[in-house]
Ligand binder design. Structure first.
Ligand SMILES: Cc1cc2nc3c(=O)[nH]c(=O)nc-3n(C[C@H](O)[C@H](O)[C@H](O)COP(=O)(O)O)c2cc1C
Length: 228
Protein backbone atom coordinates (compact mmCIF):
# COMPACT_ATOMS: atom_id res chain seq x y z
CA UNK A 1 0.00 0.00 0.00
CA UNK A 2 1.32 3.46 -0.87
CA UNK A 3 2.03 6.00 1.84
CA UNK A 4 0.04 9.24 1.91
CA UNK A 5 1.95 11.98 0.13
CA UNK A 6 4.01 14.15 2.44
CA UNK A 7 5.53 17.05 0.52
CA UNK A 8 8.85 18.65 1.42
CA UNK A 9 8.69 20.99 4.44
CA UNK A 10 8.27 24.70 3.84
CA UNK A 11 10.64 26.33 4.65
CA UNK A 12 13.15 23.70 3.56
CA UNK A 13 15.21 22.09 6.34
CA UNK A 14 18.76 23.36 6.78
CA UNK A 15 20.42 19.89 6.68
CA UNK A 16 19.26 17.71 3.76
CA UNK A 17 21.04 14.51 4.88
CA UNK A 18 19.15 14.53 8.19
CA UNK A 19 16.00 14.26 6.08
CA UNK A 20 17.57 11.53 3.92
CA UNK A 21 18.38 9.54 7.07
CA UNK A 22 14.77 9.85 8.16
CA UNK A 23 13.53 8.72 4.75
CA UNK A 24 15.86 5.70 4.86
CA UNK A 25 14.59 4.84 8.35
CA UNK A 26 10.98 5.13 7.07
CA UNK A 27 11.81 2.70 4.29
CA UNK A 28 13.40 0.18 6.68
CA UNK A 29 10.38 0.46 8.95
CA UNK A 30 7.85 -0.15 6.21
CA UNK A 31 9.69 -3.20 4.80
CA UNK A 32 8.31 -2.62 1.34
CA UNK A 33 11.58 -3.41 -0.44
CA UNK A 34 14.29 -5.90 0.52
CA UNK A 35 17.17 -3.42 0.31
CA UNK A 36 16.01 0.07 1.32
CA UNK A 37 19.68 1.14 1.44
CA UNK A 38 20.34 0.18 -2.18
CA UNK A 39 21.61 3.12 -4.21
CA UNK A 40 22.73 3.54 -7.78
CA UNK A 41 26.25 4.96 -7.99
CA UNK A 42 27.37 6.54 -11.25
CA UNK A 43 31.05 7.05 -12.01
CA UNK A 44 32.82 8.29 -15.11
CA UNK A 45 35.53 6.47 -17.06
CA UNK A 46 38.63 8.03 -18.61
CA UNK A 47 36.82 8.38 -21.96
CA UNK A 48 33.99 10.38 -20.32
CA UNK A 49 31.57 7.44 -20.46
CA UNK A 50 29.39 7.26 -17.32
CA UNK A 51 28.59 3.85 -15.81
CA UNK A 52 26.14 3.05 -13.03
CA UNK A 53 25.47 0.15 -10.68
CA UNK A 54 23.73 -0.61 -7.41
CA UNK A 55 25.67 -0.69 -4.12
CA UNK A 56 24.46 -0.71 -0.53
CA UNK A 57 24.68 2.56 1.38
CA UNK A 58 26.04 1.38 4.72
CA UNK A 59 25.88 4.70 6.49
CA UNK A 60 24.64 8.24 6.02
CA UNK A 61 26.65 10.71 8.10
CA UNK A 62 24.66 13.98 8.03
CA UNK A 63 27.50 15.87 9.76
CA UNK A 64 29.89 16.55 8.06
CA UNK A 65 27.79 15.07 5.26
CA UNK A 66 28.73 11.93 3.33
CA UNK A 67 27.42 8.50 2.34
CA UNK A 68 29.46 5.33 2.93
CA UNK A 69 29.62 2.28 0.66
CA UNK A 70 32.03 -0.63 0.37
CA UNK A 71 33.49 -2.25 -2.68
CA UNK A 72 36.57 -3.64 -4.40
CA UNK A 73 39.01 -0.79 -5.11
CA UNK A 74 40.22 -2.62 -8.23
CA UNK A 75 36.71 -3.11 -9.68
CA UNK A 76 35.57 -1.04 -12.61
CA UNK A 77 33.98 1.53 -10.30
CA UNK A 78 36.97 1.42 -7.96
CA UNK A 79 39.44 2.15 -10.73
CA UNK A 80 37.22 4.89 -12.14
CA UNK A 81 36.94 6.52 -8.71
CA UNK A 82 40.68 6.37 -8.19
CA UNK A 83 41.19 8.21 -11.46
CA UNK A 84 38.22 10.54 -11.28
CA UNK A 85 37.08 10.75 -7.65
CA UNK A 86 33.58 12.11 -8.21
CA UNK A 87 30.27 10.27 -8.24
CA UNK A 88 26.51 10.66 -8.35
CA UNK A 89 24.16 8.50 -6.28
CA UNK A 90 20.43 7.89 -6.50
CA UNK A 91 18.18 6.26 -3.93
CA UNK A 92 14.60 5.51 -4.86
CA UNK A 93 11.91 4.44 -2.41
CA UNK A 94 9.16 3.56 -4.83
CA UNK A 95 6.42 2.78 -2.29
CA UNK A 96 7.18 5.99 -0.40
CA UNK A 97 7.28 7.94 -3.66
CA UNK A 98 10.58 9.55 -2.77
CA UNK A 99 13.89 9.97 -4.60
CA UNK A 100 17.26 11.27 -3.36
CA UNK A 101 20.17 12.39 -5.53
CA UNK A 102 23.61 13.09 -4.10
CA UNK A 103 26.62 14.33 -6.06
CA UNK A 104 30.14 15.18 -5.04
CA UNK A 105 33.74 14.11 -4.48
CA UNK A 106 34.65 10.63 -3.27
CA UNK A 107 37.44 9.70 -0.86
CA UNK A 108 38.53 6.34 0.51
CA UNK A 109 37.23 5.51 3.99
CA UNK A 110 39.81 5.34 6.81
CA UNK A 111 41.43 1.87 6.87
CA UNK A 112 40.25 1.29 10.44
CA UNK A 113 36.62 1.80 9.35
CA UNK A 114 37.03 -0.62 6.45
CA UNK A 115 38.66 -3.17 8.80
CA UNK A 116 35.80 -2.88 11.28
CA UNK A 117 33.09 -3.22 8.65
CA UNK A 118 34.86 -6.10 6.90
CA UNK A 119 35.20 -7.95 10.21
CA UNK A 120 31.45 -7.59 10.78
CA UNK A 121 30.61 -9.45 7.55
CA UNK A 122 29.85 -13.20 7.45
CA UNK A 123 32.95 -15.28 6.80
CA UNK A 124 31.59 -16.41 3.42
CA UNK A 125 31.49 -12.78 2.23
CA UNK A 126 35.01 -12.20 3.57
CA UNK A 127 36.29 -15.24 1.68
CA UNK A 128 34.45 -14.03 -1.41
CA UNK A 129 36.22 -10.68 -1.26
CA UNK A 130 39.54 -12.54 -1.60
CA UNK A 131 38.30 -14.96 -4.26
CA UNK A 132 36.60 -12.56 -6.65
CA UNK A 133 38.61 -10.07 -8.70
CA UNK A 134 35.48 -7.97 -9.10
CA UNK A 135 34.72 -6.84 -12.66
CA UNK A 136 37.43 -9.09 -14.22
CA UNK A 137 36.37 -11.79 -16.69
CA UNK A 138 36.34 -15.45 -15.63
CA UNK A 139 35.90 -18.38 -18.02
CA UNK A 140 33.27 -20.39 -16.17
CA UNK A 141 31.13 -20.36 -13.04
CA UNK A 142 33.04 -23.45 -11.97
CA UNK A 143 36.35 -21.54 -12.10
CA UNK A 144 34.81 -18.98 -9.76
CA UNK A 145 33.60 -21.66 -7.35
CA UNK A 146 37.07 -23.19 -7.36
CA UNK A 147 38.61 -19.80 -6.60
CA UNK A 148 36.21 -19.41 -3.67
CA UNK A 149 37.01 -22.92 -2.36
CA UNK A 150 40.75 -22.18 -2.66
CA UNK A 151 40.43 -18.91 -0.77
CA UNK A 152 38.37 -20.65 1.93
CA UNK A 153 41.08 -23.29 2.28
CA UNK A 154 43.78 -20.63 2.48
CA UNK A 155 42.13 -19.14 5.56
CA UNK A 156 41.31 -22.50 7.12
CA UNK A 157 37.61 -21.99 6.50
CA UNK A 158 35.24 -24.80 5.56
CA UNK A 159 33.86 -24.89 2.00
CA UNK A 160 31.49 -21.90 1.67
CA UNK A 161 28.38 -24.09 1.43
CA UNK A 162 29.19 -25.77 4.76
CA UNK A 163 26.81 -25.04 7.59
CA UNK A 164 29.40 -24.46 10.30
CA UNK A 165 28.97 -23.38 13.89
CA UNK A 166 32.64 -22.40 14.18
CA UNK A 167 32.35 -18.94 12.58
CA UNK A 168 34.10 -17.10 15.41
CA UNK A 169 37.28 -19.09 14.81
CA UNK A 170 37.54 -18.26 11.12
CA UNK A 171 39.93 -15.34 10.70
CA UNK A 172 39.81 -13.74 7.27
CA UNK A 173 41.60 -10.37 7.16
CA UNK A 174 40.45 -7.55 4.90
CA UNK A 175 42.08 -7.68 1.48
CA UNK A 176 44.02 -4.46 0.78
CA UNK A 177 41.97 -3.98 -2.40
CA UNK A 178 38.64 -3.95 -0.55
CA UNK A 179 37.23 -1.10 1.51
CA UNK A 180 34.93 1.84 1.85
CA UNK A 181 34.36 5.02 -0.07
CA UNK A 182 32.82 8.22 1.27
CA UNK A 183 30.69 10.13 -1.20
CA UNK A 184 30.74 13.69 0.14
CA UNK A 185 27.54 15.56 -0.57
CA UNK A 186 28.21 18.70 -2.57
CA UNK A 187 24.64 18.72 -3.81
CA UNK A 188 21.58 16.87 -2.56
CA UNK A 189 18.24 16.79 -4.31
CA UNK A 190 15.05 15.50 -2.72
CA UNK A 191 12.03 14.58 -4.81
CA UNK A 192 8.54 13.68 -3.64
CA UNK A 193 5.81 12.53 -5.97
CA UNK A 194 2.99 15.09 -5.97
CA UNK A 195 -0.63 14.87 -7.04
CA UNK A 196 -1.29 15.10 -10.80
CA UNK A 197 2.46 14.86 -11.43
CA UNK A 198 3.10 18.21 -9.77
CA UNK A 199 6.02 16.76 -7.87
CA UNK A 200 7.92 18.53 -5.12
CA UNK A 201 11.68 19.03 -5.63
CA UNK A 202 14.41 20.88 -3.83
CA UNK A 203 18.17 21.06 -4.14
CA UNK A 204 20.79 21.87 -1.53
CA UNK A 205 24.32 22.86 -2.55
CA UNK A 206 27.47 23.78 -0.66
CA UNK A 207 31.17 24.15 -1.34
CA UNK A 208 33.67 21.48 -0.33
CA UNK A 209 37.36 22.26 -0.08
CA UNK A 210 39.91 19.43 0.13
CA UNK A 211 42.35 19.64 3.03
CA UNK A 212 45.90 18.31 3.09
CA UNK A 213 44.87 15.47 5.43
CA UNK A 214 42.35 14.17 2.88
CA UNK A 215 39.37 15.48 4.85
CA UNK A 216 37.09 18.11 3.34
CA UNK A 217 35.96 21.44 4.74
CA UNK A 218 32.30 22.07 4.05
CA UNK A 219 30.65 25.46 3.60
CA UNK A 220 27.04 26.11 4.65
CA UNK A 221 24.14 24.63 2.66
CA UNK A 222 21.97 26.81 0.50
CA UNK A 223 18.66 25.44 -0.76
CA UNK A 224 16.10 26.14 -3.42
CA UNK A 225 12.90 24.54 -4.62
CA UNK A 226 12.97 23.33 -8.21
CA UNK A 227 10.22 22.99 -10.75
CA UNK A 228 9.37 19.35 -11.26
C1 LIG B 1 21.03 -4.95 -4.29
C2 LIG B 1 22.49 -4.92 -4.72
C3 LIG B 1 23.44 -4.54 -3.81
C4 LIG B 1 24.80 -4.48 -4.19
N1 LIG B 1 25.71 -4.03 -3.28
C5 LIG B 1 27.00 -3.90 -3.65
C6 LIG B 1 27.94 -3.28 -2.76
O1 LIG B 1 27.61 -2.83 -1.65
N2 LIG B 1 29.23 -3.21 -3.18
C7 LIG B 1 29.63 -3.67 -4.41
O2 LIG B 1 30.82 -3.58 -4.72
N3 LIG B 1 28.75 -4.20 -5.29
C8 LIG B 1 27.44 -4.32 -4.94
N4 LIG B 1 26.52 -4.85 -5.83
C9 LIG B 1 27.01 -5.30 -7.15
C10 LIG B 1 27.19 -4.09 -8.06
O3 LIG B 1 25.93 -3.66 -8.55
C11 LIG B 1 28.12 -4.38 -9.27
O4 LIG B 1 27.67 -5.49 -9.99
C12 LIG B 1 29.56 -4.62 -8.82
O5 LIG B 1 29.95 -3.78 -7.75
C13 LIG B 1 30.54 -4.44 -9.97
O6 LIG B 1 30.41 -3.14 -10.48
P1 LIG B 1 31.57 -2.45 -11.37
O7 LIG B 1 32.04 -3.50 -12.35
O8 LIG B 1 30.93 -1.29 -12.05
O9 LIG B 1 32.67 -2.06 -10.44
C14 LIG B 1 25.19 -4.88 -5.49
C15 LIG B 1 24.20 -5.24 -6.41
C16 LIG B 1 22.87 -5.25 -6.03
C17 LIG B 1 21.82 -5.60 -7.06
Amino acid sequence: MSAPIELLPDPLPAEPLVMVNRWLADSWQRRQQPNPNAMVIATVGPDGQPSARVVLCKEIVPQPGYLVFYTNYLSRKGRQLTRNPRAAAVMHWDALRRQVRVEGPVVKAPEADSDAYFASRPWQSRVGAWASAQSEPIATRRDLEEAVAKAAQRFGAPPPEANTQAEAEIVVPRPPHWGGFHLWAESVELWVEGDARIHDRARWTRSLVARADGFLDAGPWTSTRLQP
